[in-house]
Design a protein around this ligand. Structure first.
Ligand code: GDP
Ligand code: MG
Length: 424
């Protein structure tokens, strides 16, 4: 069969149940079906927005559906996230901020680590990849210029989405009082105990015979919690972390908790900012990005009829290349990250790349073309979402490739993570 004929057969097969333009009666169920896959705490649009889109689709008001989705996407793109990090000097605030910004400890705009703060000023750090996410390095409560009675006013508490209260020893009364005040202001706070790696090390050194890692961590936790008895704040969750090893201890749980408590429309930006520290983190970033592509695809495709497959314009190809690079950058599979990782593992970068698929996504052998890849992506999408396609949910063609790029890049990120661990 000639490739052209094959294309036609495949397409007519895929869309044999496609209803005509007017008949979009099944779109709402497709939309609902897709977004129902996600738990409320992992969705990037609110329940209210979800319902509003569903309703428009149900009424057949595609113009309105498109506009609600556009608005939702605009809100997601522009959602500001301001994170306050407070704690005594030396507690590890700057290190945590650097970890959350995934900026190495030296050079550039990294928060200075290990510097005794003398001026006691509030400093802000923009996330290098997510411009709307700003981390605020606040002086600890009780320092001369930031006294408890007006601390929250002085730090302009209103602008923060939540507060992270950091300590490398135990939480002080001022800090517990601060948490109470934050709650009164209807904001969230999280108690984070840093440097547990060094506590474990010390304990092991002092008691090599009966050192028990789990037990030591439990002791640190209990010691922290003891400070809260009688504080009528209840027993808060305390996250034990090491700024040097984010994939271990409670850092992943802290991330999950932050995501869950954030407003739905802020989740996507927060997830984009997250370091790719565990498979679960990669998966969450993937899920969020997938929802984002779905919304964009729906916005652009709600009017589409049967897609014309095969030909992609130069503009499509340019756009796709950009998207691929964006995903690679997002998941740490970009050239710079690969070079860095290869250097770290002392292997040639080519050797590392060979384990991955995304670097070769847009490299075609003689008989292959991008159009051919598009067909494969359509087939893949159809088999994963067959029911949806049959009900007339189809997207502008480039989106099928975008889904495939995202899948491939996220898989590569997991391969890299396993690779990094096998070297440890
Ligand atoms: P800040 O004054 O609160 O900003 O604290 P820094 O981030 O400057 O950290 C103070 C010191 O503690 C520095 O020497 C850091 O390298 C060290 N440090 C910070 N976090 C950790 C951690 O999780 N584990 C260990 N072992 N040291 C840490
Ligand atoms: Mg500091």
């Amino acid at each position: 069969m000639s490739p052209q004929l094959h294309n036609t057969v495949l397409i007519s097969h895929l869309f044999s149940n496609t209803p005509n333009d007017e008949d979009n009666g099944n779109l709402p169920s497709s939309f609902t079906e897709y977004f129902r896959n996600y738990k409320a705490e992992t969705k990037i649009i609110s329940e209210e927005t979800t319902r509003s889109i569903e309703l428009c689709l149900k009424k057949g008001d595609l113009q309105r559906a498109k506009s609600v989705i556009s608005d939702a996407l605009r809100v997601i793109d522009n959602a500001p996230i301001n994170i306050a990090v407070t704690g005594e000097s030396g507690s590890g605030k700057s290190s945590l901020i650097n970890a959350l910004r995934k900026v190495k400890h030296s050079g550039g705009s990294a928060a200075e680590v290990g510097v005794i703060e003398t001026t006691m000023k509030i400093k802000s750090y923009e996330h290098p990849k997510v411009k709307n996410l700003i981390l605020w390095d606040l002086p600890g409560i009780g320092t001369p210029k930031f006294q408890p009675h007006n601390y929250l006013e002085k730090v302009e508490f209103k602008k923060y989405d939540f507060f992270i209260i950091v300590s490398s020893t135990r939480f002080k009364q001022h800090e517990i009082d601060l948490a109470k005040a934050i709650r009164i202001m209807k904001k969230n706070y999280y108690f984070v105990r840093t440097k547990v790696d060094s506590d474990l090390q010390n304990e092991e050194k002092c008691h090599p015979q009966n050192f028990d890692r789990k037990n030591t961590l439990k002791q640190i936790r209990n010691y922290c919690l003891n400070n809260f008895t009688g504080s009528n704040i209840g027993e808060p969750e305390v996250f034990l972390i090491s700024n040097y090893d984010l994939s271990d201890y409670d850092f992943p749980v802290l991330m999950d908790t932050l995501i869950k408590n954030l407003l739905a429309e802020k989740r996507h930006n927060f997830l984009l900012s997250m370091p790719n520290i565990t498979e679960a983190a990669i998966q969450k970033k993937y899920n969020s990005t997938k929802q984002y592509i779905w919304l964009n695809a729906l916005k652009d495709g709600v009017f589409a009829t049967v897609p014309v497959v095969g030909i992609l314009s130069d503009m499509d190809i340019e756009k796709l290349k950009k998207r691929l690079n964006f995903y690679q950058d997002l998941f740490g599979v970009d050239d710079e990250s690969l070079t860095f990782m290869a250097k770290d593992a002392q292997v040639p970068v080519g050797q590392l790349k060979k384990k991955l698929k995304s670097p070769y996504l847009l490299e075609f052998k003689k008989e292959e073309t991008l159009g051919g890849l598009l067909l494969k992506c359509l087939e893949k999408f159809a088999s994963a979402n067959g029911g949806l396609l049959a009900t007339g949910l189809y997207f502008t063609k480039t989106y099928y490739l975008e889904f495939h790029f995202l899948d491939t890049v996220a898989e590569d990120a997991k391969v890299l993570l396993r690779e990094a661990y096998s070297k440890k």
